[in-house]
Design a binder for this molecule. Structure first.
Ligand code: HEC
Ligand code: HEC
Length: 732
């Protein structure tokens, strides 16, 4: 054993050495704007940037008046010579976010601002201070809507090469398949914290993650080499492949062909491709050395683990290959496309047909890619958990199970069932695949305890029959008894009087319209004892209206006054002070229509508040207080759509149903939805260079009568999905 422990670092060194050698560095010649010398950059600056700044910025940002502590007239355009890079990055960020010039000031034409950004990026690259795109687009919505959906102004695509780690789900499916239930595999990746969608992470692989990956690789390799020696014969235990068994016999050293066959087998298993000649030679030599150093069992284990640690096994490669075309773009390799398509819809690596399509050139054309995407989308046998996951993450209703509620306040509440019902409703709408967004925002259909309702109803009828029978037999004893209670009456949250016989059921059409009126969504945006109107409003502002709500400043004590005699809306008046209102005007008014529901998602026309006078009078004969008395105050569900920049959408609304119908009819809302789908299926935020892909996706959605399949297929065969511009620099 000590000998083995000593060997571990050496074997790992070999393993990591192989890794480093295999890391592909994206490279390629020039694209759109590139400066070889400071003079070239300065010429472009003088031509396209300085005049824009002079006209639109310098009045406020000069030596005398340096708003935001920024003197643009003194900012050196040579980023290498000075430390001005960070400030230029800030300029790009403000311009891209549409925050400068400030609101209300004349706005330069989009192409002039685009020229500023293009120059700054190219100069940053020349001076070796590339801005990360993430810094500029931390919030996807901060790219102005008009920069993406104006068909007359479609900037060139500029998405850079990407390498991202597998999602936790893909990794789990992959290792689960390999280890065949063997314990000892732990999830090394955690989902992204701050992004709308969980799987948008860059290749953040730090030391603890690497350590866990190595541990897992070794555990898997152990399962892959499980064997016993009986009467001098090496025998498989479990699923050990014959290619590996051939290397495990201590009495018979393997031939070169056998070592190479084992390497090839592992490559096919892990990477779904044979090793290249070079890889075969390198890994065979590495395996031989390990077999010699550590003996067959341990040596082979480490060698197989090395394949599991290849970047290609842990990362999603989307760097592209080949020569850039006239627009500076390279296409993803057919293999990268096959993986990207499969990971777009499933948690599995590509199936045989996709790999075949990659090998036969079908994925070389956009039409071929669209066809394969369609095949996967239409194939009912292929599980596609990623589609429902998109809607779960977009709407966020599954968080209902995380909101603590007091059972005493509503014994019928059952968050898990509410979430299952909404999942089912989404799947139902997807099955129809018609006007998907509009249906999701307006349908009054709903599943109501669809998994348990029918059973509960039957059990209740049986229990009641039994009760009645016993009562008839013994009326005296049962006089004061109530029939037994079986299960929770979840239907109350939906405004029904019983479990429906038909699923989906029709809910009252004047009360319910789609997911945002599902109890799950309402509960997800509530606290333990009240609505969370601010969260509801933030959701609508960001995910339907495409707005940006700045984070709560840490100096703000974000609490509403405790005033049980007031309605929530009255208590929210504190956020109408001028300082608070610049943010809260974006949230409050688009949340109030949902005040028609209580914090369990039940429809209401009145809100219960404390009645101080009645409470004061509520005493027994001896003057002892008997407790609080509540009264109903009519709900004020008046809201206002404003600060959107779309006159068709803006104006007052009253009540959730008319509000949601208005939103569902808006093209802007549809576009914001497409933006979110884009983010989910590309795993990154959009930038102006994605305008062509976004517009094509929306067009496909429209032309198909609102088909989600058409939208996803369009996204997965779009320029943004299939191409990379090496010169843009690696995406984070
Ligand atoms: C009407 C005056 C005005 C104009 C015009 C204006 N700005 Fe500003 N700018 C401000 C003020 C005020 C601030 C500080 C408050 C803020 O950040 O909102 C600021 C802040 C900034 C900052 C952030 C500085 C920092 O370090 O936080 C940048 C960058 C910036 N402006 C760039 C620009 C650019 C680029 C333009 C032209 C496209 C421009 N500004 C036009 C008034 C202006
Ligand atoms: C810069 C923007 C901004 C400003 C200014 C601001 N808020 Fe907020 N506030 C937010 C955002 C965003 C949220 C939602 C935070 C979240 O997602 O939990 C919020 C949430 C709240 C909440 C709910 C907190 C909770 O989670 O229960 C209260 C209460 C609140 N703000 C009060 C105020 C008051 C009072 C002021 C003024 C003194 C103020 N805010 C100023 C952005 C702002």
């Amino acid at each position: 054993m000590p000998r083995l422990l000593l060997l571990v670092p050496a074997l790992l060194a070999g393993l990591l050495g192989v890794r480093a050698a295999d890391r592909a560095a994206p490279s390629g010649p020039a694209a759109d704007l590139k400066f070889a010398t400071p003079a070239e950059s300065k010429a472009e600056f003088d031509r396209a940037v300085a005049p824009v700044l002079a006209k639109h910025c310098n009045a406020c940002h000069n030596g005398k008046k340096d708003e935001g502590d920024l003197d643009l007239t003194a900012l050196d355009p040579d980023m290498k010579a000075t430390t001005s890079g960070a400030r230029w990055a800030m300029v790009v960020e403000k311009v891209v976010a549409g925050e400068m010039p400030p609101k209300g000031k004349p706005r330069p034409p989009a192409e002039e601002l685009a020229a500023v950004v293009r120059w700054a990026r190219a100069e940053a690259k020349r001076s070796n201070r590339p801005f990360t795109r993430r810094a500029a687009y931390a919030n996807g919505n901060s790219v102005p809507h008009a920069a993406l959906f104006d068909p007359k102004n479609v900037p060139a695509f500029d998405g850079g090469p990407r390498v991202r780690r597998l999602s936790p789900e893909i990794y789990a499916a992959f290792t689960g398949e390999l280890a065949k239930g063997k314990p000892g595999i732990a999830q090394p990746f955690s989902p992204e914290g701050k992004t709308t969608f969980k799987d948008m992470g860059g290749p953040k692989i730090d030391e603890p993650v690497t350590a866990q990956l190595i541990q897992n690789a070794l555990a898997i390799a152990e399962a892959q080499t499980n064997h016993k020696v009986e009467n001098g014969e090496v025998k498989a235990v479990g699923y050990t492949a014959k290619e590996f068994l051939a290397l495990l016999d201590p009495a018979r050293p393997p031939t070169d062909a056998q070592v190479e066959a084992a390497v090839a087998h592992q490559f096919n298993l892990i990477l779904r491709r044979p090793p290249t000649d070079d890889e075969r030679k390198r890994f065979a030599a590495f395996t031989r050395k390990n077999l010699g150093d550590a003996g067959p069992a341990v040596g082979l284990r480490y060698s197989l683990a090395a394949v599991l640690m290849l970047p290609e096994a842990v990362f999603r490669m989307e760097v592209g290959s080949g020569k850039p075309d006239a627009k500076g773009r390279v296409r993803l390799s057919p293999r990268e496309i096959a993986f990207a398509l499969s990971y777009g819809l499933t948690d599995r690596r590509p199936d045989v047909e996709l790999l075949k399509a990659a090998a036969t050139g079908e994925l070389d054309t956009d039409a071929g890619v669209a066809k394969q995407a369609r095949r996967l989308l239409d194939d009912s046998k292929t599980e596609k958990p990623r589609i429902l996951r998109f809607f779960r993450e977009y709407f966020g209703y599954a968080a209902a199970t995380e909101v603590f509620k007091n059972d005493k306040d509503n014994p019928e509440h059952d968050a898990r069932t509410l979430v299952e019902d909404t999942d089912r409703l989404i799947l139902y709408v997807l099955e129809q695949d018609k006007d998907v967004l509009r249906e999701l925002l307006t349908t009054n259909k709903s599943f109501v305890a669809y998994k348990t309702g029918a059973t509960l109803k039957k059990q209740r009828a049986e229990a009641l029959a039994k009760f009645e029978k016993e009562k008839a037999a013994n009326p005296e004893k049962f006089k004061t008894k109530q029939p037994p209670k079986v299960g929770r009456s979840v239907y109350e949250a939906y405004g029904l009087k019983d479990f429906p016989d038909q699923q989906p059921a029709d809910l009252p059409a004047d009360q319910r319209a789609g997911i945002l009126t599902q109890p799950s969504w309402l509960v997800a945006n509530s606290t333990s004892d009240d609505n969370h109107a601010i969260h509801r409003g933030k959701w609508v502002r960001e995910r339907l209206l495409g707005g940006v709500v700045p984070d709560v400043p840490i100096t703000v004590d974000a609490q509403l006054p405790i005033a049980p005699e007031k309605t929530l809306r009255e208590r929210m008046a504190v956020t109408e002070q001028e300082y608070c209102w610049k943010c809260h005007r974006l949230m409050n008014d688009v949340a109030y229509p949902f005040e028609q529901f209580d914090h369990f998602g039940r429809f209401r026309t009145a809100e219960a508040v404390l009645d101080p006078e009645a409470t004061a009078k509520n005493k027994d004969a001896k003057g002892k207080p008997l407790g609080p008395v509540m009264k109903g105050v009519p709900v004020n569900a008046a809201g206002l759509v404003a600060h959107v920049g779309d006159p068709a959408l803006e104006g007052p609304v009253t009540g959730a149903v008319p509000f949601l119908k208005k939103l569902a009819a808006s093209e802007r809302v549809e576009q914001v939805f497409v933006r979110h789908a884009f983010r989910y299926w590309t795993g990154r935020n959009e930038s102006p260079g994605d305008a062509a892909s976004l517009q094509a996706a929306q067009k496909a959605y429209r032309a198909s009568g609102g088909s989600m399949k058409a939208l996803v297929a369009a996204l997965m065969s779009s320029e943004s999905f299939l191409y990379r511009v090496p010169e843009a620099g690696a995406e984070k």
